[in-house]
Ligand binder design. Structure first.
Ligand SMILES: Cc1cc2nc3c(=O)[nH]c(=O)nc-3n(C[C@H](O)[C@H](O)[C@H](O)COP(=O)(O)OP(=O)(O)OC[C@H]3O[C@@H](n4cnc5c(N)ncnc54)[C@H](O)[C@@H]3O)c2cc1C
Ligand SMILES: *[C@@H]1O[C@H](CO)[C@@H](O)[C@H](O)[C@H]1NC(C)=O
Ligand SMILES: *[C@@H]1O[C@H](CO)[C@@H](O)[C@H](O)[C@H]1NC(C)=O
Ligand SMILES: *[C@@H]1O[C@H](CO)[C@@H](O)[C@H](O)[C@H]1NC(C)=O
Ligand SMILES: *[C@@H]1O[C@H](CO)[C@@H](O)[C@H](O)[C@H]1NC(C)=O
Ligand SMILES: *[C@@H]1O[C@H](CO)[C@@H](O)[C@H](O)[C@H]1NC(C)=O
Ligand SMILES: *[C@@H]1O[C@H](CO)[C@@H](O)[C@H](O)[C@H]1NC(C)=O
Length: 543
């Protein structure tokens, strides 16, 4: 391009100055955004769905209400300028249109469980607006049609409850924690205690409605198969705002069985875990035995804390059949009928989620988080070769160095083995033995976070030799900004895309490139962006 001549340059400078001044004197974003919403929505926008720090005393409590990670809640964390809670689909459309028109950035929140809070805190730009779907949570279960239409703001617990209200022999395979939002959960995969039998929540999506970057509502037919592929595992907040999913029910037996057997290291826990690594991914698909590791106090004068390994399981069948399966496949655990509880599928959901015995399913409708939120840093890894004894011994030593360490190993195999890596963007399928989740958490606001952050990072370094390599795989729903983040989102260049490929390959392996292509086509201006959103490919300008 030619450089502008002097008079032109002067004019440009003048225009720039004028527009800066115009901005300085223009109405605040809280007002202009509200006006824009009102003019662009077919549905009246009431002030009661609009929260600003100045205008509303409930602003912080609404922001807090579903925020899961206290690391992103304190006064030092940048706050949105506005929280908008749409009451209907036209409100969501208007929010996208106004975001573009006014050039103000939006974040989308459903259940607020993002590990790095990208749904309600921005580290890369201000001002920003949170579009919170908490008022779009209808669950419409159609047993004869074998499917459910569910709005993005509903929790997985509400879906489970809605299904169980209508049938004792239907269920849906997704997350264990019952307060997860469907909008952010299924977009990243969604696994739970039935994944060995059925795969992920994302594997059972029949249709969806989404508001795209132009503010249009598209269903599967209108968005096309590439776009539809991308939203079932490509991670939340990159492609549009999911209004609703249509998901396909699965059949569950009327009676299922759950158990938890806990062993400390001195009770042969180490040897048992070596065995579990070999057998858990190969047992019948009906059986899911995960291992939960925690530090526990001991009465032993020599050591104050030990590690407990809890074999926490769900079996799609009776105790009788379970005992047979265990005798054949995993006798080392020594499971007896006394350890087992026969129950309904919906009660197994409560059991695996960790609710106290006798908690009724109605707890699933409770909107306020049942768990007190806490500060945490978590990571994930995938294991393809069993970790040898020497590796386990070092792991336990490091494990006990944190005050409140937590680790869960979830077995793969079964259906996870049979779904091709490219069927959805979620690539961790064939050959994965199990997934590791690890987390340090704390409650005291005065504690030094770096102590716990460091522990999580040391554990990541320690595990390196024992887990998947090239790429070292990670679960996108366990978002980890240590893996990299988009900094200069406004100016997407080849370099940005190259940087993103580092974490992109970990989350998506080869599927990352298809995600880039879809993103470039459906959101070339990067309307939907955050610290780890998929960047569009830079536009090749002709010179
Ligand atoms: C305590 C806890 C337990 C968990 N247990 C499990 C588990 O058992 N299985 C599992 O698979 N995962 C689990 N997760 C991870 C969970 O799946 C992810 O954190 C998921 O993204 C949460 O969705 P959300 O709607 O609650 O989160 P949000 O924080 O609201 O959103 C997460 C991401 O999705 C985007 N997003 C939100 N809503 C929409 C929408 N409507 N359309 C498009 N994008 C959207 C956000 O912008 C953000 O990028 C757990 C997380 C926590 C904190
Ligand atoms: C703030 O509240 C006042 C009084 O209720 C109202 O007139 C005004 O429109 C509100 N502004 C915004 C941006 O919500
Ligand atoms: C929001 O959460 C923070 C951190 O826990 C807390 O200090 C504050 O009191 C909460 N505010 C409201 C209104 O809930
Ligand atoms: C206490 O634990 C140590 C280490 O595991 C062990 O060597 C020792 O025998 C234990 N002592 C008792 C009394 O159990
Ligand atoms: C709950 O406790 C009762 C009484 O102890 C017991 O019979 C039942 O099996 C338990 N159920 C679960 C799911 O733990
Ligand atoms: C955590 O690690 C950082 C960087 O290595 C170091 O500066 C800091 O002192 C560590 N914090 C604690 C509490 O160990
Ligand atoms: C975009 O980034 C590239 C590389 O960092 C830089 O050369 C270019 O000047 C930037 N463009 C704008 C408009 O900021």
């Amino acid at each position: 391009m030619e450089s502008p001549s002097s008079p032109l340059k002067f004019l440009l400078v003048l225009i720039l100055q004028l527009s800066v001044e115009a901005n300085a004197y223009s109405a605040p974003i809280e007002e202009t955004f509200f006006q824009c919403l009102s003019t662009n929505s077919k549905l009246v926008v009431p002030l009661s769905s609009y929260y600003t720090p100045k205008n509303s005393t409930s602003f912080i409590s609404v922001l807090n209400s579903t925020a899961q990670n206290l690391r992103y809640v304190g006064t030092k964390v940048p706050k949105p300028a506005i929280i908008f809670t749409p009451l209907g689909e036209p409100h969501v459309q208007a929010a996208v249109i106004c975001s573009r028109r006014l050039g103000v950035h939006i974040r989308v929140r459903s259940g607020g469980h993002d590990y790095e809070a990208v749904s309600y805190a921005s580290q890369i730009e201000t001002p920003f607006i949170v579009i919170d779907l908490m008022r779009l949570r209808k669950v419409d279960v159609d047993i004869p049609g074998n499917n459910v239409w569910v709005q993005g703001g509903a929790t997985v617990g509400e879906v489970y409850y809605g299904i169980a209200q209508k049938s004792k022999i239907h269920g849906f395979p997704m997350g264990v924690c019952t307060t997860l939002g469907i909008g952010g959960h299924i977009t990243g995969g969604a696994y739970g205690s039935m994944m060995r039998k059925f795969g992920l929540g994302a594997d059972h999506v029949l249709d969806a409605t989404i508001v795209d970057s132009k503010g249009r509502i598209l269903n599967r037919a209108a968005m096309g198969e590439d776009f539809f592929w991308a939203i079932r595992g490509g991670g939340g907040g990159s492609f549009g705002i999911i209004l609703a999913w249509r998901i396909k029910l699965v059949k569950v037996p009327e009676t299922v069985t759950v158990f938890t057997v806990t062993k400390t290291l001195s009770q042969g826990g180490n040897k048992l875990l070596q065995r579990w690594q070999e057998v858990a991914p190969t047992l019948e698909d009906d059986l899911f035995i995960r291992v939960i590791m925690q530090a526990a106090p001991t009465n032993n004068g020599t050591i104050s804390r030990t590690l407990t390994t809890s074999y926490n399981a769900m079996f799609l069948g009776s105790v009788r059949r379970l005992l047979k399966v265990m005798r054949k496949g995993f006798p080392e655990l020594g499971l007896t009928s006394k350890d087992c509880i026969e129950t309904s599928w919906i009660k197994s959901v409560l059991y695996i989620a960790g609710y106290p015995n006798m908690t009724g399913p109605e707890v699933l409708l409770q909107v306020k988080p049942v768990l007190k939120p806490y500060y945490f840093k978590a990571k994930s890894d995938f294991v393809r070769v069993p970790i040898p004894k020497i590796g386990l011994l070092g792991l336990w030593k490091l494990f006990l160095e944190d005050d409140n360490p937590f680790m869960v190993w979830s077995p793969y195999g079964g259906m996870m083995e049979r779904i091709p890596e490219t069927a959805t963007p979620f690539p961790h399928r064939r050959g994965i033995l199990f997934k590791i989740f690890y987390m340090a958490s704390w409650q005291d606001p005065d504690e030094d976070p770096s102590k716990h952050m460091n522990w999580t990072r040391s554990m990541y370094n320690y595990l390196g030799p024992y887990v998947s390599k090239s790429p070292r795989e990670a679960y996108v729903n366990y978002r980890d900004l240590d893996l990299g983040m988009n900094k200069n989102w406004k100016n997407v260049t080849d370099y940005i895309v190259k940087e993103a490929s580092a974490w992109g390959a970990k989350y998506f392996k080869g599927n990352f490139y298809r995600l880039l292509e879809v993103k470039s086509r459906v959101d070339p201006d990067n309307v939907f962006r955050h610290e780890q959103s998929i960047p569009p490919l830079p536009v090749k300008r002709q010179t």
